[in-house]
Design a protein around this ligand. Structure first.
Ligand code: SIN
Ligand code: FE2
Length: 224
């Protein structure tokens, strides 16, 4: 076994060295799992289609009255909404006036497994925000802070067209890292990274073989 002081060998067991190219450490408690959802993407999209048949993607208004460039929907016990009253979670879809569609088993399992892979055991999301991006749609730098439970991580799944993900610090002014996220990539951040600012650059137009001219992001949260 090589010693750490030996300058000619790399200690493969040193946690600080990221050797696996499918695992990109963004910060303490924050990681990109490249292609983690690729193998089940077709099934995820099938589940997504039945969710969106009940609660379609729609353009919500910001509290200041501007339309968001991203179209959103939710599944799970709670869904994220935005309107003149602010950002919050609601049990009913304001469009259908019914409960949000239940979270499908393949969504729950993926979120739970990805969280575990990133070091967060027993993640049981009660909300999945579905973000739909067409060319030009973006998400400005923000923190996910409408949840009551900050001890649970955020698990974010990218499907369809690639996008540039910005991952900043605990203050908006900190210059963010920029990573290209592709179909099947999963990002997990929690613990000491739970309140990091993050966002998505305006989507570049293209055609994805499964989802066409869009990017879909599934963001799993534990709200209560
Ligand atoms: C979000 O922060 O809610 C979305 C991030 C993404 O679309 O990747
Ligand atoms: Fe977010």
């Amino acid at each position: 076994m090589p010693k750490k002081s030996d300058p000619f060998t790399i200690d493969l067991f040193d946690d600080d060295i990221e050797i696996n190219p499918n695992r990109i450490k963004l910060a303490e408690d924050a990681v990109v799992l490249r292609g983690y959802a690729s193998a089940i993407a077709v099934d995820l999209i099938k589940s997504l289609d039945s969710i969106l048949a009940h609660s379609p993607l729609r353009q919500m208004q910001t509290p200041n009255g501007y339309p968001m460039s991203v179209r959103t929907a939710s599944c799970g016990a709670l869904g994220w909404v935005s309107d003149a009253q602010g950002y919050r979670y609601e049990r009913k879809d304001p469009l259908s006036k019914q409960s949000w569609p239940p979270m499908p088993q393949n969504f729950i399992e993926l979120a739970n497994n990805a969280a575990k892979e990133a070091g967060f055991n027993d993640f049981t999301p009660d909300s999945c925000l579905i973000n739909g991006y067409l060319a030009g749609a973006k998400m400005s730098l923000h923190q996910d802070k409408n949840e009551r439970d900050f001890s649970a991580p955020i698990v974010s799944v990218s499907l369809g067209l690639p996008a540039f993900f910005l991952f900043g610090g605990n203050a908006r002014s900190e210059r963010p890292q920029r990573h290209r996220l592709e179909h099947g990539d999963v990002v997990v951040w929690g613990g000491s990274s739970r309140m990091k600012f993050h966002g998505i650059e305006p989507l570049i137009d293209g055609i994805h073989q499964l989802l066409g001219r869009q990017r879909i992001n599934l963001t799993f949260r534990k709200v209560i």
